[in-house]
Design a protein around this ligand. Structure first.
Ligand code: GDP
Length: 427
């Protein structure tokens, strides 16, 4: 199994970071292949608690090579900030390689993200304002700046001037903001280049050579299937593909090398930001689940925003697993539900007009969908010390098996707490 992809089956925040950290020891190389520092992976291990935004989750695993692939939206300041936080907590200096083809999130991307969300007002998308949408817009407009451009001053200046030409028309006329100058950016970017140089290489070659030697690789997705721009809840999607299939592009691994796809899902639902969320709860029920969820309540790892909470959504999760091409599922946060006597699960959607469907609808149909719920027995006990499936109370086992039937993919992993060792492998 040369490449394992660990990806989200839902809206993100499923616990991918924990699963990558737990499985990283089996892999020589851990690769981030899309997105930027706009989402966080929470990891709790012997060094403490970390929220990784840009660094691959293999940075705690001795001997692992951590690759930031060409598909990533790379922010130099965020990269060094995270690395320094790791070293300050006593983590040994990780082996990190940054693709020379990765493109840079620049200050004007963040500025445009803020200005545009401000302009949209009530209609905004709930951006984390990390510049990700303007970054990917520039990339596909061929106005991006690659990491390798930092080492060629003349080329860097030309790339910046090309990127700023149209922006400097929009800034005063659409946003009432003063124009920007390449001269103001270039000095700092050249300094960034000098700091980054030891980490930069052709990661495509590194990865292909490792595969040729028969080594195991782990590709780590960010956010989840429902945030994919093509298959998700567009326009409340992110700007790069969140699918395992995109690892072939964003990491540069051959399509046929991805033989194992672990789709991560929570035992309930959570969602940050705007957009349709069919099983959403409100009031005290939502507050209690939010307070008990995750390792310290369900609040965004990047933004601190309270996450929207809902019951497990089998329609969305089955679809998420299908578009990911999941070969196995990791079910996280099962311990969180241990306070409930009975647990509702969404098995179908009711659409306008009353028809029921088990297929995840296109965005135009999703707003009107209502959850059809079935209630499963709760176990009302703490399961966080269980390490074998048989140690779980019968109702918790039944909950897992019922979800497995509903989503149609084997649940191999059951996570019963945020720490690395709180994990059941059903084999
Ligand atoms: P990611 O972006 O998919 O890595 O997910 P996040 O880190 O944003 O959110 C997952 C949250 O659940 C974090 O607070 C984790 O520490 C926490 N977590 C992961 N697995 C478990 C689990 O099995 N039980 C509990 N209680 N928390 C978990």
């Amino acid at each position: 199994m040369p490449v394992t992809a660990i990806v989200g089956a839902n809206w993100g925040d499923e616990g991918k970071g924990k699963m990558t950290d737990a499985l990283a020891s089996q892999s020589k190389i851990v690769i981030r292949y899309q997105g930027g520092s706009n989402a966080g992976h929470t990891i709790i291990n012997e060094y403490g608690k970390f929220a990784l935004h840009l660094l691959p989750s293999g940075v705690f695993t001795p001997g692992a090579i951590n690759v930031i692939g060409p598909g990533v939206a790379f922010h130099t300041g965020d990269f060094f900030k995270e690395l320094e936080q790791l070293l300050a907590k006593g983590v040994p200096a990780p082996d990190i390689r940054i693709s020379d083809r990765a493109q840079l999130v620049l200050p004007y991307h963040q500025l445009f993200d803020e200005l545009e969300e401000g302009r949209l007002g009530d209609r905004q998308f709930g951006s984390t304002k990390k510049g990700i949408a303007p970054f990917y817009s520039d990339k596909y407009l061929k106005l991006g700046v690659q990491v390798a451009d930092l080492f060629e001053e003349q080329r860097l200046r030309e790339r910046l001037e090309a990127a700023l030409a149209a922006k400097n028309v929009l800034l005063p006329h659409l946003y009432g903001h003063t124009p920007l100058s390449a001269d103001d950016l270039i000095g700092k970017l050249l300094q960034d280049g000098a700091r980054l140089a030891p980490y930069v290489c052709d990661t495509g070659k590194l990865v292909r050579d490792a595969l040729a030697r028969g080594e195991q690789l782990l590709a780590e997705g960010q956010l989840g299937a429902l945030r994919d721009p093509d298959h998700g809840i567009y326009p409340f999607s992110t700007s790069s593909s969140t699918l395992a299939g995109f690892a072939t592009v964003g990491a540069g691994v051959p399509p046929a090398s991805i033989t194992r796809i672990v789709a991560v899902t929570k035992a309930y639902s959570s969602c940050v930001g705007a957009g349709p969320f069919v099983t959403e709860l409100s009031g005290d029920t939502a507050d209690e689940l939010r307070r008990r969820g995750g390792d310290a309540g369900e609040f965004g790892a990047t933004t601190g925003r309270p996450r929207r909470m809902g019951w497990f959504d089998a329609v969305a999760t089955r679809y998420g697993c299908e578009v990911q091409g999941a070969t196995e599922v990791a079910l996280t946060n099962l311990d969180v539900l241990g306070y409930l006597d009975a647990i509702p699960v969404c098995t179908a959607y009711e659409l306008a007009g009353g028809a029921h469907t088990e297929q995840f609808p296109v965005s135009a149909r999703l707003d009107e969908a209502r959850p059809v719920l079935r209630t499963l027995p709760g176990w009302n006990t703490d399961i966080s010390a269980a390490r074998q499936f048989a140690e779980l109370p019968p109702a918790a086992q039944q909950y897992v098996l019922e979800l497995e039937k509903l989503i149609g993919v084997r649940i191999r992993w059951v996570s019963v707490g945020p720490r690395r060792e709180q994990l059941i492998d059903r084999g």
